[in-house]
Write a new protein. Structure first.
Length: 327
């Protein structure tokens, strides 16, 4: 685990035709302001600005040719939606190669007519103008300057993303109200700079040197094979580690000897962000833990990323200004 830190990489798919295909997009508000309403008992309650955002989204397929809209949701500070663009004849295969499934970075896409970038710009412009009129704030900044996109690789991924969108208000409510976290180990590690590490299942070990700044704690659920390899290396190299677990905390004596030694020496903090009475399927708990990591880290390193998978969806919830490095 070295200290050489690459710049945030451009992972927009080179040569990809963004006038065609199926995309999961996320548009954040400026500075993540909760402009569109609030979540109450697991359901999104829209205010007037939220209703405008919803109306303009629905209108998009009517006023713009070659666009088909699928599942969407307006959240307090962002909009999730699935968009199909029909720029080329049907039958073009989905692309499952890397880096499909990665969120866009600050590199602005070309706004070619009929492209995903042109659609996003048109929607943001129309909704933003109406929201500013409603708020009486002409010229105010409504949206973050960029957006996240995931190229949907196949029908299985599409079904998973639809569920992610449908349950987004309920899951977000659960994340905000899971109860007081439980701790085992050195809670002062939370005061250190924190680098999150997340990786989908499907790869066994991290490739190359993990870009972690000196003195930073690595925070992760350490669930996938790649994440567990990072946990093992962190223990061996005496790194400060914060382990976010999607289940209750077992007795300290049940930990492995290296983990138990790290707890005693103050190098490991184990957190369960769930109250003991919280019940949920394991996949949802894992998603909540990943969101906990995103919320509590200062920067993010992403290892193997399955196109259109749960992690790609969760990453769309991160602060648009957060530094993210893709291995």
């Amino acid at each position: 685990m070295g200290e050489t830190l690459p710049n945030r990489q451009s992972i927009r798919k080179k040569g990809w035709d963004y006038t065609s295909g199926c995309y999961f997009v996320t548009m954040n508000t400026h500075k993540n302001q909760a402009l569109f309403g609030a979540i109450v008992n697991g359901k999104m309650v829209l205010n007037e600005a939220g209703r405008i955002a919803e109306e303009e989204w629905r209108k998009s397929a009517v006023i713009r040719e070659g666009i088909e809209l699928d599942e969407f949701v307006i959240m307090p500070n962002h909009v999730h939606g699935i968009v199909r663009l029909k720029g080329r004849p049907a039958g073009r295969p989905f692309d499952a190669g890397r880096p499909a499934g990665c969120p866009s970075n600050a590199e602005r896409p070309a706004l070619a007519p009929g492209s995903l970038g042109a659609f996003i710009a048109g929607y943001k412009g129309a909704a933003g103008r109406r929201i500013n009129i409603q708020r009486g704030k002409p010229g105010a900044v409504v949206w973050h300057r960029n957006y996240w996109d995931v190229i949907v690789p196949d029908e299985k991924a599409l079904a998973g993303i639809r569920n992610y969108i449908r349950f987004n208000p309920q899951n977000a409510d659960a994340v905000m109200n899971v109860g007081d976290p439980q701790f085992v180990g050195n809670e002062k590690l939370l005061e250190l700079p924190k680098t999150g590490f997340l990786a989908s299942r499907g790869a066994n070990v991290p490739h190359g040197r993990l870009p972690v700044k000196a003195g930073a704690a690595i925070i992760s659920g350490f669930l996938s094979p790649m994440e567990r390899a990072v946990f093992k290396a962190g223990l061996e190299q005496l790194r400060p580690l914060i382990w976010v677990k999607p289940w209750g905390l077992e007795p300290e004596n049940d930990l492995s000897p290296p983990a138990r030694a790290a707890v005693h020496e103050g190098r490991l903090l184990i957190i369960s962000p769930f109250a003991e009475d919280v019940e949920a399927p394991s996949l949802r708990r894992a998603a909540w833990c990943n969101q906990y990591v995103l919320t509590h880290c200062d920067r993010m390193v992403v290892g193997h990323l399955n196109p259109g998978g749960m992690l790609a969806c969760v990453l769309s919830e991160s602060d648009p200004e957060m530094e993210i490095v893709y291995l």
